[in-house]
Design a protein around this ligand. Structure first.
Ligand code: PMP
Length: 438
């Protein structure tokens, strides 16, 4: 018996997991280094998904490990209500630089879900603070994933995350998703068809009146529902319409942030500026839980200029946790010192060609790529949606590569430290899996 194995699998209620299936056939990771995990049996597993999209710098970067150890032995916890600590302020300044000074302020959370709910609450409180309390409607999009808070599942567009609960936030509408295999199959970068879908916002405005709408939230590239890349000009059009109607535009960059598209954020890639931006994951290279909401200066100003007593009454015990701040500061240094964005840009064409080389293999019906992300869509097995991709996930893991599947789509997002040999290994193994899949 391997001593690293847990004594029992029974009590941990696992998230987003088919618990019965997992416990019959567990996959247990015990260590990580660079772009590989090691499983409990000592097998190497190539990390094709940067954990859960959250390890852009690769695993166990010495600088981040050291920063975390140092902070935890110096300041294990400090409140940020009515007081603070230097790392929280230093990080905020560094984040302004990393986001190219597009924003004026940053609010810390502990996860992407909390960042989303925080951004939605800021939007509502902002309109109220400046005397437009009628703006309470929130607009999300079909097939969007915005985490699992009540705000996030309400603006989110995944039936499976909503249906079991019944109660949602009131006053939420959804734009249509932009995915269209018939028109846009096998796309590289932004697909051609679908820009007009942004105009659906006009329909929602006509229905309710702009004076009732607080914010629109979208993922620039929808990740969790299978890498849905925005059509050319779509995000620019959304920006124009939000500006025209006084609606705040929020980009949920929990996945697209920290180099995923080879730029710091998707806002840089698409050159479209939201009023607020949520992030998490890569913010600490996945080492310590942390999320953040970036806001334009004018949003923060509205609170500063409001009558006394109006503040943002919101925050978490762990907002700006010192250890998370230390991890994030070190992550930003690693990005700079190791020129990770340059490396990502350099490897991107090789990555893209490798992904598209799977075209023509059994079951593949679409491939889409942007930055260091890929979605490979498989034909569903008759009567068993998701079963084929799930089988691919299990086979790939047994073969030593970690891929992620959502429905019948394989979603890939390697650490930015991936080299050509890792890309060859990943697609060599995925190719074999596809050849043997029922
Ligand atoms: N928003 C987006 C776009 C995400 O992809 C995710 C997580 N995959 C979240 C929010 C939620 O983040 P967390 O799991 O850290 O709460």
């Amino acid at each position: 018996m391997n001593e690293a194995r847990p004594q029992s699998l029974s009590s941990f209620w696992m998230p987003f997991t088919n618990n019965r299936d997992f416990k019959a056939n567990p996959r247990l990771l015990v260590s990580a280094e660079g772009v590989y995990y090691k499983d409990v049996d000592g097998n190497s597993v190539l990390d094709g998904t940067a954990g859960l999209w959250c390890v852009p710098c690769g695993h166990r970067q010495p600088k981040i490990v050291a920063a975390v150890s140092e902070m935890v032995s110096q300041l294990d916890f400090a409140p940020t209500f009515q007081m603070g600590h230097p790392a929280a302020f230093d990080l905020a300044e560094k984040l302004m630089e990393f986001t190219n000074h597009r924003f004026g302020h940053v609010f810390y959370t502990n996860s992407g879900s909390e960042a989303v709910d925080t951004a939605l609450k800021i939007a509502l409180a902002y309109h109220k603070a400046r005397g437009e309390a009628s703006r309470t409607r929130l607009i999300g999009r079909e097939r969007a994933y915005h985490g699992v808070g009540f705000g996030g599942i309400s603006v989110g567009g995944i039936a499976g995350n909503r249906k079991p609960y019944g109660v949602m936030l009131p006053g939420v509408d959804h734009l249509p998703h932009t995915h269209n295999i018939e028109k846009n199959a096998y796309s590289r970068g932004e697909p051609e068809y679908g820009t007009h879908l942004a105009d659906e916002l006009e329909r929602i405005v006509a229905l309710h009146d702009a004076s009732t709408i607080a914010a629109v939230i979208v993922e620039p590239v929808a990740g969790s529902t299978g890498v849905l890349v925005p059509p050319k000009g779509y995000l620019k059009r959304l920006r124009e319409l939000c500006t025209k109607h006084g609606i705040l535009l929020i980009f949920d960059e929990v996945i697209t942030g920290f180099g995923r598209l080879t730029t710091p954020f998707a806002t840089d890639y698409f050159d479209v500026e939201p009023d607020m931006m949520t992030t998490a994951k890569g913010l600490t290279n996945g080492t310590i839980p942390m999320g953040a909401v970036f806001s334009k200066k004018f949003i923060h100003d509205a609170f500063m200029e409001a009558p006394p007593g109006i503040e943002l009454f919101h925050g978490y015990t762990y907002t700006g946790h010192p250890v998370a701040c230390a991890a994030s500061l070190a992550t930003l240094e690693v990005f700079q010192e190791q020129k990770l964005l340059d490396r990502a840009k350099e490897i991107q064409p090789y990555w893209e060609d490798a992904v598209h080389s799977l075209k023509g293999l059994p079951h593949v019906i679409d491939i889409r790529t942007i930055g260091l992300v890929a979605g490979i869509e498989l034909a569903p097995r008759a009567g068993a949606p998701g079963a084929r991709a799930f089988a691919a996930f299990k086979k790939a893991f047994a073969d030593g590569v970690l891929i992620r599947v959502t429905g019948d789509i394989i979603a890939l997002s390697p650490p930015l430290t991936f080299e050509r040999k890792h890309i060859d290994e990943l697609f060599g193994k995925i190719g074999k899996v596809l050849m043997t899949l029922e």
